[in-house]
Design a protein around this ligand. Structure first.
Ligand SMILES: [Zn+2]
Length: 257
C-alpha cells in the first residue's frame, strides 16, 4: 500500500472510498498516469508516500476522485493525513523552485528524502520554510482582532507577520504589534505552532496582554480592527488555523469566568 498525494497546481485530489468518505488514494499502483513531478517521501509507520504533481484532468476522466484546495481537505481528512498532505505540498513547491543550484546554476539531485545536492559545486540544500508569528492580545475582557488586506472574506483575525532575518520570534511579535497597531504589549507567552503549507510557512502562536498605547492601525497592511468582547465577536477564522485555536482557547477561558 502507498499513500499517493496527488496535486495539481496546489489543489489536491482525494478519493471517494466505499463508504463515501474522502481519503488519500492508497492503491498499490499509481492512480493517475500524467505525472509532472514525483517525490518519494520519508515513510511513516512503514507506509510509503509519494508526493506527485499531475496534469489537470476533468472530473469525467476520473470518477471517484475529487479535486479541492488543500485547506478544504482539512475538513475531510484526519489530522495526520492532512499534515502529511501539507508536507507533500511543501516538498513539491520546494522541488519546483530548486531544479537548479542557486549558487552556480548546476543541476540539483535529491540526496536524501529531504535534501538535494548540486552536481557541480556539491552544495547541499534543505526545504526552506518562512517562519511567521501570530499573537492574541488581551485587554481586560477584550481581545484585539484585525482584518488583514490579504483576507479573502469578511472575517477578523489576529496580528501576524513574517519573522525577519536576525530576529527572534519574540522580537518579531513586539515589532509586528508596534507596526500594525501602535500598541505595546506585556506578558508575552508562547502558545504553540503550526505548519502552514500555503505555500511553505511555519506559524508560531503567542498570547500577550495590552500594556499601553492608542490603537493606530497600519492601513497599508490592515483593513480594520478593534477590541472585541465575547458577546460581540465578529466572524473569526476557520478551524484549521492556529488563529482559531488561540481565539477558541481565549473563549474557553472567558467562559470559565
Ligand atoms: Zn552549485
Amino acid at each position: 500500500m502507498k499513500n499517493w498525494f496527488l496535486f495539481c497546481k496546489g489543489d489536491i485530489y482525494l478519493e471517494v472510498d466505499a463508504e463515501g468518505h474522502l481519503c488519500i488514494p492508497c492503491s498499490e499502483d499509481l492512480p493517475f498516469g500524467q505525472l509532472q513531478d514525483a517525490i518519494v517521501m520519508t515513510p511513516m509507520n512503514d507506509i510509503e508516500s509519494m508526493a506527485l504533481e499531475v496534469c489537470e484532468l476533468t472530473n469525467d476522466c476520473r470518477p471517484g476522485f475529487v479535486k479541492m484546495e488543500l485547506r478544504t481537505s482539512f475538513y475531510h481528512l484526519d489530522t495526520e493525513s492532512y499534515l502529511l498532505a501539507g508536507k507533500a505540498a511543501e516538498l513539491l513547491n520546494w522541488h519546483a523552485g530548486t531544479h537548479y543550484c542557486g549558487y552556480c546554476g548546476g543541476i540539483m539531485d535529491f540526496h536524501t528524502d529531504i535534501s538535494k545536492v548540486c552536481r557541480s559545486c556539491h552544495r547541499e540544500i534543505w526545504p526552506k520554510l518562512s517562519p511567521a508569528i501570530i499573537v492574541l492580545i488581551r485587554r481586560g475582557d477584550e481581545i484585539l482582532l484585525v482584518q488583514s488586506k490579504t483576507f479573502k472574506s469578511d472575517y477578523y483575525g489576529l496580528v501576524a507577520g513574517y519573522v525577519e532575518t536576525g530576529e527572534s520570534f519574540e522580537d518579531c511579535v513586539y515589532r509586528e504589534v508596534q507596526e500594525e497597531t501602535g500598541l505595546e504589549i506585556t506578558n508575552l507567552h508562547y502558545f504553540g505552532s503550526q505548519p502552514w503549507p500555503y505555500p511553505r510557512n511555519i506559524m508560531a502562536g503567542f498570547e500577550a496582554d495590552y500594556l499601553k498605547g492608542k490603537l493606530r492601525l497600519q492601513f497599508s497592511e490592515l483593513k480594520k480592527g478593534g477590541w472585541f468582547r465575547l458577546e460581540n465577536l465578529p466572524r473569526i477564522p476557520d478551524k484549521l488555523s492556529i488563529a482559531r485555536r488561540l481565539i477558541d482557547h481565549w473563549i474557553s477561558e472567558q467562559q470559565k469566568r
